[in-house]
Design a protein around this ligand. Structure first.
Ligand SMILES: [Ca+2]
Ligand SMILES: [Ca+2]
Length: 177
């Protein structure tokens, strides 16, 4: 299998694409992507994470991903898999609170234990005190999106913003989450 600068070759991608595109429509729908992805358990891949990912790579705004954008999507998923594995230090197949803290610190966040607890509660879909692969992506993407929105207002970067009600509404409604 030939790889050029980390990008899988077109034939390899096409084979995956055809397998994922169950109805042969030439586009990957959210349902098809969800079926193709695994969070390491028998439970279905988080539909919210699927929606986020389709939204990121759906350049034609049809709610689906074409083969043209599939390479980028597949690389994104693979990068997240590698990231998840590297932070799952005890190889349990999920991320516990300490592993999440380490991951967030490595991503450049400085968050208190209280916020890490809040993230754990919010993204631990099954109430087991751990976060699965799909929920880890969702957690990271949302945290990134919220942080970017905050930073736009925090021009002096002191971690404090003062915004009016309507600025707040515009900020929240502009979020792609
Ligand atoms: Ca399809
Ligand atoms: Ca773990």
């Amino acid at each position: 299998m030939a790889y050029q600068s980390g990008v899988p070759d077109q034939q390899f991608l096409w084979d995956i694409f055809r397998r994922v595109d169950k109805d042969g429509s030439g586009y990957i729908s959210a349902d098809e992507l969800q079926m193709a992805l695994s969070n390491g358990t028998w439970s279905p891949f988080n539909p919210e994470t699927v929606r986020l990912m389709i939204g990121m790579f759906d350049r034609e705004n049809r709610g689906t991903v074409s083969f043209q954008d599939f390479g980028a999507l597949w690389k994104y998923v693979t990068d997240w898999q590698n990231c998840f594995r590297s932070f799952d230090t005890d190889n349990s197949g999920n991320i516990d609170k300490n592993e999440l803290k380490t991951a967030l610190t490595a991503f450049g966040y400085r968050l208190s234990d209280g916020i890490v607890d809040t993230l754990m509660r919010k993204f631990d879909r099954f109430g087991r005190g751990t976060i699965l692969f799909d929920d880890f992506i969702q957690c990271s993407v949302i945290l990134y999106t919220l942080t970017s929105a905050f930073k736009q207002y925090d021009t002096d970067m002191d971690g404090v913003i003062t915004i009016h009600y309507e600025q707040f509404l515009s900020m929240v409604f502009a979020l792609k989450i």
